[in-house]
Structures are given as C-alpha cells and as structure tokens.
Design a protein around this ligand. Structure first.
Ligand code: AMP
Ligand code: GLY
Length: 435
C-alpha cells in the first residue's frame, strides 16, 4: 500500500513513522512535511490547503490512500477533492469538518444527538456577549467560533477580559460561543470513524497552557501522556456510547457522513462526562504519545476507516508501556515565535533507551541543517514501563535538546505520576466502575 500524508507538523511526523512500521505499507510520501519527515520519506512542496493540488499529487503518485493531518486542509475541502479523484482518503469532507471549523455547528449536532456538553450560547455583539456571560457567571469561557489552532479560547474570572476577547472576535468579523465552565480533569479520546462504525484509541491527556501549573495563555498543546491510569473504568465505552456513535449516526443522518478521526475533548466534571470540543483530526501532541503505543499496524486501520470497513478490524493491540511526549517550543510561543535557530543534540536525545524525537516546526536550511520554523518545534517522546520512567526518559531527552530560547513545561504527566488527579464524576463511567 502506498500512502500520502498531508500536513507539516508533529502529528504528521508521528503518523509517517507509524505507517513505515506497517508491513503492508510499501511506500509513504508527505506534503509538505518538515525536516524530520523529509529524513524518512520523499516530501513534496505543495500547498496542503489547496484541494486541487493535493488531489493532483495523489493521482500523480498513484497512492492507495491519502491521510489528511491538520484541520485547515479538511475545512478547505481537500478530502472531497481526493475522493472525487477516486482515491480513498482518511479525513472528513468539508461539510463534516464543520464539527471543528464551527463551534456553533458542533453544538447544534451535539444537541441533536443528545451528546452531553457545556451549556452554551452564540453571541454576535457586545450586548449578547454580556448577557451570556452573566447567565453562566464566572469563570467565564469565551470561544472564537472559527478555527483558531487551539488559541481562540479564553477562560478567565475577569469579566472585562472575557468581554474584550469577545469584542476582538466581533471586530474580526466573527461570532463567539459563550459557555458554562466545566470543572474536572480533561481527556482526549480519538475515535476512528468510517461513516458508520467507530473504534476508539487509548485516551490521552494534553497540557494546553504554555507554563507549568496550567498558567499563561492557551497553546496548541505542550505535552501529553497515555494511557490514563486514573481514568474511570468504562470511560472509553461511555465515549463511544454517549458521544462518538450518536454523533456519527447524526452526521450520517444529515447526509454528511463522518470519515476520519473524531477527536473528543472531554471534561470529567462533578456532574458527569461532558464534551468540551470536537476536532476532526488527530490531536497534536497527543498523537505522538498515542501512536508510540499502538501495535496494530496503522496503515490497515486508516484504510479500513477510509473504505467503510472498520467493523472488520480486530480489537486494537497496545504496548503495555506508558508514553510521554514533551514539546519544546520556540521563544515567544504562543505569541509570534522566534524562528530560524539551529537545533542541536537530537542524535544524543535518540540514543536514550525508549526515546525518539518527533519534529513539528522544523526545516532544513541551505546547508541541510535542522532549524526552527514554527512555534512548537519538536516533541521528545519516551516509552517507559510506567509514567515515572517514561517521564524521566522524556525529560532526560529534553535536557539534551539545544535550541536558543527554547521553552518547555516541566510538569507533563507530573500530577498523574504523583497520583494527584481525582475524578469526582457522578457520570455513567464512575457508576460502571463501581458496579
Ligand atoms: P477548545 O479549543 O474548545 O478545546 O478549548 C481550549 C481549552 O480551553 C480546553 O482544552 C479547556 O482547557 C478550556 N476550555 C474550553 N471550554 C471550556 C469550558 N466550558 N470549561 C472549562 N474550560 C474550558
Ligand atoms: N492537542 C490538542 C489539539 O490538537 O487540538
């Protein structure tokens, strides 16, 4: 099987790495890729957000499957163009990608499907925003309704700050979704979908804020670990039964079947499991950790999803080890990151047992040296017999990465390793766990 992977980031590097380990995958290409990906497979310098360019490349390369990584090409209709060219594609249509591209649309589908989520209101002007904020009270949650790379959400106790964020979205011509605040730990569950059937991957936890102890602004994600020893038994089944399957059924019913990965962002609140958001692609950097543990060959799995054959796949097989991914970001991320700096020490990092490096914002300079080219530059991914060992290995690796101004969180998986995460949920998962 020949596969083309679309996207430039860490998620795509992790996908390429796993595809190369699939015995049935004979050839992998990527577009546009990054410095790490280009060391593994041929890369093609096309605009990944241009549906015609991607379809033309897939046709020229005579690939059997196209895997679309990020949300932007999905929202631009890349999957539709590839499908129209007669090539199986893992990734939702433009219409189905609205589950991520519009938070208001996602809320509508969740309501239709009876999926538990935060109460929310759409606001289009300052008065509506103020009313909604006062309805739900503090802490205030204000979300830009469009795609914002994980950075369009402000959670604050300061009403003025909440209003100011809403105003900046209105000024940019957009609307906002204002929600009730959800307490409790957050979980990311990736559910493979083929339009009808669903298969969940092992849950992970992401760290959205830039600084330790969840301080500072939101980012795309600063690190992740999996599995979650502390998660209630039955959580994955609850996500399938109450969230993913009803959503997939509803999308099919609407005539916009969902094919690809439904990324369910959850809060395990004191009132039960609630969906925080849907994304329509693998999470980054959760994928770097999740795929490090997946033993079932990835190519066959993604092809089964693309062809509507997930009901034929065997139960997934997982490594017993724990995986941790720690992101090294550029100076000044998530604001305008400084780029163009040399990155050194990566060979030494990979000489640590159980450790590999996944590139995100990197490129090769004119001399063929690896330099930074984005906000999140790379992730050090480590496997260990438990979370304590995986963290030690990951941080031993991070210490060896040389990048001027590089920043990373020191507490990825820390609370979980110390047994400090408590789920107060009264939801079905907790009840089942006791039964
Ligand atoms: P989103 O882009 O919707 O995933 O939001 C980014 C982050 O903001 C989430 O991962 C949460 O940490 C936080 N967040 C979003 N919605 C809520 C909510 N209703 N209550 C509490 N935190 C939230
Ligand atoms: N890590 C969260 C995301 O990919 O949106």
């Amino acid at each position: 099987m020949k596969v083309l992977v679309i996207g430039p980031g860490g998620r795509e590097h992790a996908i390429v790495r796993s595809l190369l380990a699939d015995p049935n995958v004979s050839e992998v290409h990527a577009a546009p890729g990054n410095a790490g990906i280009s060391k593994l497979v041929p890369t093609h310098a096309i605009d990944a957000n241009d549906p015609d360019a991607v379809a033309a490349l897939a046709t020229k390369l005579t690939v059997d499957l196209v895997v679309v990584g990020p949300e932007a090409p999905l929202a631009a209709g890349v999957s539709d163009a590839v499908r129209a060219a007669g090539i199986p594609v893992f990734g939702p249509s433009k219409a189905a990608a609205q589950l991520e591209a519009s938070k208001a649309f996602a809320k509508e589908v969740m309501a239709e499907a009876g999926v538990p989520t935060a109460m929310a209101r759409v606001a289009a002007n300052a008065q509506e925003a103020a009313d909604a904020l006062d309805t739900f009270g503090a802490p205030f949650v204000v979300k830009d309704d469009g795609l914002a790379a994980g950075k369009g959400v402000v959670v604050t106790n300061n009403r003025d700050e909440a209003l100011a964020h809403a105003q900046s979205c209105f000024d940019a011509g957009g609307t906002v979704v204002i929600e009730e605040f959800l307490d409790g730990p957050e979980v990311s569950v990736f559910v493979l979908c083929d339009g009808r059937n669903t298969v969940a991957l092992s849950p992970a936890q992401d760290f959205k804020r830039i600084f330790d102890n969840d301080e500072g602004p939101n980012t795309g994600g600063m690190g992740a670990y999996t599995p979650l020893e502390w998660a209630p038994e039955g959580l994955v089944q609850e996500v399938i039964d109450r969230v993913a399957q009803p959503t997939v059924n509803q999308m099919a019913h609407r005539g916009t079947p969902f094919v690809g990965v439904l990324f369910v962002g959850l809060a395990l609140t004191s009132r039960g499991t609630r969906v925080i958001e849907f994304n329509v692609r693998f999470g980054d950097p959760e994928t770097q950790a999740v795929l490090a543990r997946l033993k079932t060959p990835l190519g066959g799995l993604l092809m089964a999803a693309a062809k509507g054959e997930l009901d034929k796949v065997q139960p997934l097989r997982w490594s017993k080890e724990t995986a941790v991914a720690v992101v090294v970001a550029a100076e000044n991320y998530p604001d305008t990151p400084r780029t163009g700096d040399r990155i050194r020490g990566l060979k030494k990092v990979e000489s640590i047992e159980g450790v590999h490096v996944i590139h995100a914002g990197t490129r090769l300079d004119d001399e063929g040296k690896v330099v930074s080219a984005g906000g999140r530059v790379l992730a050090v991914v480590a496997l260990g017999t438990d979370l304590v060992e995986a963290r030690e290995r990951a941080y031993d690796g991070v210490e060896l990465v040389q990048l001027d101004g590089g920043q990373f969180r020191t507490d990825i998986g820390g609370k979980a390793a110390r047994g400090e995460i408590k789920v107060k949920t009264a939801g079905a998962a907790a009840t089942k766990a006791k039964a």
